[in-house]
Write a protein that binds this ligand. Sequence first.
Ligand code: ATP
Ligand code: MG
Length: 401
Amino acid sequence: MKLTNLPEQFKLALPIIETIRAAGYEAYFVGGSVRDTILEKPIHDVDIASSAYPAEVKEIFNRTVDTGIEHGTVMVLDHGTGYEVTTFRTESGYQDYRRPDKVVFVRSLKDDLKRRDFTINALAMDDHGDITDLFGGLTDLTNKVIKAVGDPNERFHEDALRMMRAVRFSSQLNFSIETNTKLAIKDHAQLLEKIALERIHEEFIKLMLGQAAANGLAQLIETNLFQYLPGLSDSATVLSQLSQNDIALNNEAQVWSLLAITIGINDQQVAKWLRRWKTSNKIINDVEVTVKLLNKIQSATVWDIYQAGTIGVENAIAVANITQPKRDFEQLRQKLHQLPITNKKDLVVTGKDLMEQKVVTPGPQLGNLLTFLEQQVVNGQIPNQQEALINASKEYMEINN
Ligand code: ATP
Ligand code: MG
């Protein structure tokens, strides 16, 4: 196969490949960018593999950075863009089911492609667009199949993360997993326990955000991989039901919010549940706000919507569209846009103003008063204007003092 009309990112990187070749070595584009170009999908980063050893790559180019030199990766800087050039290598060892004990640099493209995870990821493209396909990756792309390179049992035994990657690609690409590859995942699912949670996390989120997330989730259950995912292992039935829906999500907070609602985790329980996944505090916070709103989405008041804010409302709508597809949640968005203020700081009167005007003295009453004003303004009972707020404050203090 020969690709014509290469995407811009490849064209920009062509001089790197040409320069390596002019120095007498082989160089190819490899990995996801080749796969995605054949699938006519947009690409992000282009990876280059070469027969040149790292020291040789550094000789060829003036400006390089040792980004991962022990694994054979040197970054070549070209007009402000960095290109990762990785020496062809083989891997062996894998005592710990995740990282090879030994990386050996080799001169053969075939050996390098052989160590790659799936046939669709084991394609190489030269500077003329000619594809090298030694493991049937092109046929698998046509048939929409994720298939391990070589013996799947060995490959998952070497690196258990590949099992998550298989399911993740099946979600992102809407591919099925080849029978023997899937059987091997079922047989080795437990090895996922050996893998750092951060790496599982990354694959899981990519899976849930993929175009065929429901398919990915179904595969996760079918292969038993879900059993090794913190906080999800007891929820096969509800997760299975969820996978019958069309899952379309845009960000990580939506992923966790959907799962929380599905499993029955409330906003108070979210933090504990997500800490096991080492999720960031920002995400935890967004999920709490979203789940809180989701749990009363049918009867949400203006105050609930205000508290959820734009992030909470948008995330809750995305999730509710999945769990309650027949309902229309547009009115939540409308109410959000009609809010007189979106934040306490938008009040035109501050605590300082109220003290200067001698409406209130410092202390707990001040906090109560400000919350009262905030609620009244949000609910449209008082306009967000100086005079109205001061007057309302005076009345409030008379009643509550
Ligand atoms: P993405 O679009 O997510 O970047 P990708 O296929 O480029 O997908 P990367 O993680 O960027 O995935 O890896 C680049 C390439 O390196 C893969 O296409 C594959 O050939 C190889 N690779 C990555 N991780 C593994 C692994 N765990 N085992 C074997 N090969 C791998
Ligand atoms: Mg990539």
